[in-house]
Design a protein around this ligand. Structure first.
Ligand SMILES: Cc1cc2nc3c(=O)[nH]c(=O)nc-3n(C[C@H](O)[C@H](O)[C@H](O)COP(=O)(O)OP(=O)(O)OC[C@H]3O[C@@H](n4cnc5c(N)ncnc54)[C@H](O)[C@@H]3O)c2cc1C
Length: 397
């Protein structure tokens, strides 16, 4: 991994947060010839609190960046079927081949995130783990011109850049330090508890919906399947096997039987919930990407797909500014306008589903709305042309 040793480093772009949104953004920017620094307070290759089902748009992004082969080579099983269950209805859907994607994948974050970081390194990004960013630096006019932080061993760290990108997750320090206002806040909060079963009989993604009892299966690496339960925070409580087993039994007795025959995890992880939000995601010298700028409840399993989508939307505009001399205000505003146009329908329907206040009669229509929003997003993504990246994008069709 390259590290920089210049005393006063200056880059075109500093990206804070080296996972789905940040590593992908840094990779795309460097591939277009920009000087990029990517920092993260964590460690390379670690897990994080997240299940990891990728939808078609996310797989499409990995495919056209030339990274899907590595996901497959890591033993990530192809998902060729999605099954929805609600009330007494079972709807199996075969994944059709479109836009060069003939299967979905759900790589563990210990697989996906390092592949994105390695791609960033290979395209020339300076990557530094163990840097906790505490603030932004501004010039006398108030424009953001760099970051301020601390290394793991307590040394002060500073770097300057034309644009600082906050890709630092739900509780983004960059969003807070630049004062990015919330433009929308969701009305719902749901909680999720999940773990990894071995030997579970399964055939692709499974999504089960009953009132205040949703569950699902996400097949992943090493023959394991991630099984989750989502409900109101009160119902999930501290999470664990007890609430998960009860919610699975209620939402899919069939899955409950299969779980009983499989090897359960030693421990489960629990997300106690946070309402969705959309922040203003750009300003003078800064932009936000991924959960830092736009977060919605995990029940739609779409945050990673959005992060990979928005990495490309943002990279396109930043390249236009730095390389083509486009007006920064116009370009970054266009980034948010496009992101929001692709996100609003998803945000709204996810917020309703995450409220866990719908009935058996209402859920089919909500799921149809969710699917329609995802289909629109894939179409929009497929038609994107990113300056400097056109060859790579065209090659996947
Ligand atoms: C329980 C749960 C289940 C989910 N399931 C799915 C799913 O099945 N499918 C899906 O698509 N999405 C899912 N999501 C959403 C998905 O996890 C997020 O949308 C995704 O992780 C966003 O990626 P990101 O790169 O924006 O942020 P993150 O993955 O949160 O990465 C942010 C990075 O920033 C770093 N960072 C933070 N602050 C600082 C700082 N001050 N200085 C330096 N570094 C910093 C962190 O160390 C971290 O590495 C789920 C989320 C949760 C909580």
């Amino acid at each position: 991994m390259r590290t920089h040793d210049r005393p006063d480093p200056t880059y075109d772009v500093v990206v804070v947060g080296a996972r789905a949104a940040g590593a992908a953004t840094a990779h795309l920017l460097a591939r277009s010839g920009l000087q990029v620094l990517l920092v993260d307070r964590g460690r390379y290759g670690t897990d994080t609190l997240s299940t990891h089902a990728l939808m078609r748009g996310g797989v499409l992004q990995l495919s056209r960046w030339g990274l899907l082969d590595q996901i497959i080579a890591a033993g990530t099983p192809p998902v060729r079927r999605t099954t929805f269950r609600y009330a007494d209805t079972v709807v199996p859907i075969t994944i059709k081949s479109s836009y060069g994607v003939d299967a979905l994948y759900a790589p563990r974050r210990t697989i996906l995130d390092p592949i994105l970081v390695d791609a960033a390194v290979a395209s020339g990004v300076d990557v530094r783990f163990g840097i906790a960013v505490t603030d932004v630096e501004r010039n006398p006019e108030g424009d953001v011109i760099g970051i301020v932080g601390r290394t793991r061993d307590g040394q002060a760290f500073r770097a300057r850049s034309r644009i600082v990108v906050g890709a630092d997750g739900i509780r983004s320090t960059i969003a807070e330090r630049v004062g990015a206002p919330f433009e929308r806040v969701g009305a719902s909060v749901a909680a999720i508890t999940y773990g990894y079963w071995s030997g579970l009989e399964t055939d692709g993604y499974e999504w089960n919906f009953r009132p205040n009892a949703a569950s699902g299966v996400v097949p992943t690496n090493e023959g394991q399947a991630c099984v989750y339960a989502s409900a109101s925070p009160r119902r999930i409580g501290r999470g664990g096997l007890g609430p998960l087993t009860r919610i699975v039994a209620e939402s899919s007795p069939d899955l409950a039987d299969r779980l009983a025959a499989a090897v359960p995890p030693r421990a489960l992880r629990t997300f106690t919930g946070l309402s969705g939000h959309v922040r203003r995601s750009w300003g003078r010298g800064w932009a936000l990407v991924g959960d830092a700028g736009y977060f919605k409840d995990p029940i739609s399993a779409h945050g990673l797909t959005d992060a990979l989508r928005d990495a490309e939307l943002l990279a396109r505009e930043v390249v236009a500014v730095v390389i083509d001399g486009a007006d920064e205000h116009d370009a970054l505003a266009r980034y948010q306008t496009t992101r929001d146009a692709l996100s609003t329908a998803l945000f709204d329907v996810t917020d309703v589903i995450a409220g866990h206040r719908w009935t058996d009669e209402e859920i089919p229509d909500l799921l149809l709305q969710l699917n329609a929003a995802m289909a629109d997003e894939v179409e929009a993504l497929a038609s994107l042309h990113v300056p400097g990246l056109g060859g790579a994008i065209r090659s996947c069709y």
